[in-house]
Design a protein around this ligand. Structure first.
Ligand code: PFF
Length: 504
């Protein structure tokens, strides 16, 4: 349904469910599978659900409503939306999308390509009996420091090329024929695969022990500020907030949209998925503990260690169909990853198209080629060290700062009241004083607290044991370049004034 009343034509999602699946696809990523359950285990088991829920209510949902409402109102990407508020703040939108396009997505795609490699390795369980040794020494051939770059690992380079080709294939088709169609396939398949993994895991001996370690509540942990920080940072990252993604996705919505209800559905589905996937992860860890005669807490791990070391070991120990299980697990990681990474590229591509009125297909092709080239550094033997440092700086500082600005710009400069009127005009579920309080005060204060606590941590212990020079040249400087680049693009003139798109 095209909206002919608006001066500026903008593509639209074909169906509402298409938008929801794409947004849920962006939110559900690797983090939901390999990080959430570990955080739960580490931070008081079932008791962690309390800070997590509170974080969802006071930071996650309010920001999600803000981003969907803003994109819907301004009918533009993050840079266009901020520029519509004031050209002075346009750089914030660029900074968010550049951090993710020329930072996060570069290494996130490399992790997806490792998953793709491991998907194929599952066919004959190539990692053998010692997956840790296989992953670090045979697969990554990891060097000791980021400055020892070593050589490009060709298996990773080839699968990275495949991943960027898939990105191109999906985004090139546009919002309807590319992103919407892909997510309509990805999401049901991901839910199905995860369902099989969870029920398979639960049927294994030891699953009960694993689940009890995952969820056994320890309320005393809630006195620890670190537990609360973890809950807030996880909610923020898991919902892909502050990335400019939800703003861009919402800009393709039709006039009549249930903004608040959609924000609740996306956030709720994402968190339920995390809790559900955690059952699978811990059931398998429980099985592994029983099999190896160790307590569960000796085998737990998170992120890269969980996916490429612990899980391959557990898969190898499975009584039957272990290769199939490997394919299901790595296949689901690839899908969860792709549906998130494409959303990032779209957020930046839509910014360029909005600003310079470039041909979308050309923009997408150029971005995919540059994304592939930019990711090559992470495919080298020293790549995992780069990945670690860049990830730390961009997510802990860049994204959080961007979101703080986002709250201040919308809440105070544009005025939360104006966006409330817009949201309530189109939505049958209204927002009110509570939402305004979150956006203007609670959410930014929490984000500032996260930022300061990371900063204190930074000066207390050198991150990951890297040298100061490595941290400064790779982490801090990468962040500074993104900011510089954002300010540079923001200073270029607009082809079509951003205000012309606004929905009144
Ligand atoms: N919500 C995603 C996750 O939890 O993995 C965050 C994300 C990361 C989105 C990287 C997109 C992306 F490329």
């Amino acid at each position: 349904m095209k909206d002919i009343t608006l001066a500026h034509h903008r593509p639209q999602w074909k169906t509402h469910i298409g938008f929801l699946l794409a947004a849920i696809g962006s939110a559900i990523g690797l983090g939901n599978i390999w990080r959430f359950s570990y955080l739960c285990y580490k931070n008081g088991g079932g008791a962690f659900l309390l800070p997590y829920l509170i974080a969802l209510i006071i930071v996650g949902i309010p920001l999600m409503i803000l981003e969907i409402g803003l994109g819907h109102k301004m009918r533009g990407s993050a840079p266009a939306s901020f520029a519509s508020i004031s050209k002075k703040w346009e750089w914030v939108g660029w900074w968010q999308t550049i951090i993710v396009m020329f930072g996060i997505v570069l290494y996130y795609s490399v992790i997806i390509s490792w998953c793709l490699n491991f998907f194929f390795y599952s066919f004959n369980l190539s990692w053998g009996e010692n997956p840790a040794q296989f992953f670090e020494n045979s697969f990554l051939m990891k060097t000791g420091s980021p400055f020892e770059i070593g050589q490009i690992r060709t298996p990773i380079l080839f699968s990275l090329a495949a991943v960027w080709f898939l990105h191109w294939l999906i985004i090139f088709g546009g919002v309807r024929k590319g992103l919407e169609r892909a997510n309509k396939i990805f999401m049901p398949v991901l839910f199905l695969l995860t369902g099989v993994i969870v029920f398979w895991g639960l049927s294994l001996p030891g699953a009960k022990e694993g689940i009890s370690v995952y969820l056994k509540p320890d309320f005393s942990r809630l006195n620890d500020v670190g537990v609360w920080m973890d809950a807030f940072s996880q909610i923020f990252f898991t919902l892909s907030l502050g990335f400019g993604i939800m703003i861009a996705y919402a800009s393709y919505l039709p006039k009549k949209t249930e903004i608040v209800r959609d924000a609740l559905i996306i956030s709720g589905m994402n968190c339920l998925f995390s809790i559900f996937a955690g059952f699978g992860v811990f059931a398998v860890l429980g099985y592994m503990a029983v099999k190896t005669g160790q307590p569960v807490n000796q085998v737990v791990s998170e992120s890269i260690g969980l996916a490429f070391v612990v899980f391959p070991k557990a898969i190898e120990l499975l009584p039957a169909f272990s290769k199939l299980f490997g394919c299901l697990f790595f296949g689901s990681l690839v899908i969860a990853g792709l549906s998130s990474s494409v959303s990032i590229i779209e957020a930046f591509a839509s910014g360029l198209v909005d600003k310079f009125n470039y041909n979308r297909k050309t923009v997408v092709s150029v971005l995919c080629i540059s994304g592939f080239i930019g990711g090559i550094i992470f495919t080298t033997q020293g790549g995992i060290n780069w990945l670690d440092i860049v990830d730390h700086f961009l997510t802990q500082y860049g994204l959080v700062l961007g979101a703080i600005f986002e709250c201040i710009i919308v809440g105070w400069i544009y005025k939360a009241n104006k966006l409330t009127q817009h949201i309530n005009h189109y939505s049958s579920w209204a927002v009110g004083r509570w939402w305004k309080l979150c956006i203007k005060a609670i959410t930014p204060v929490v984000l500032v607290a996260i930022f300061i606590s990371s900063l204190i941590q930074e000066f207390t212990v050198a991150y990951g044991g890297y040298s100061h020079l490595e941290i400064i040249l790779i982490g801090r400087d990468w962040l500074i370049y993104t900011l510089f680049f954002a300010i540079l693009i923001a200073s270029c003139p607009w082809k079509i004034e951003p205000q012309e798109r606004i929905l009144t």
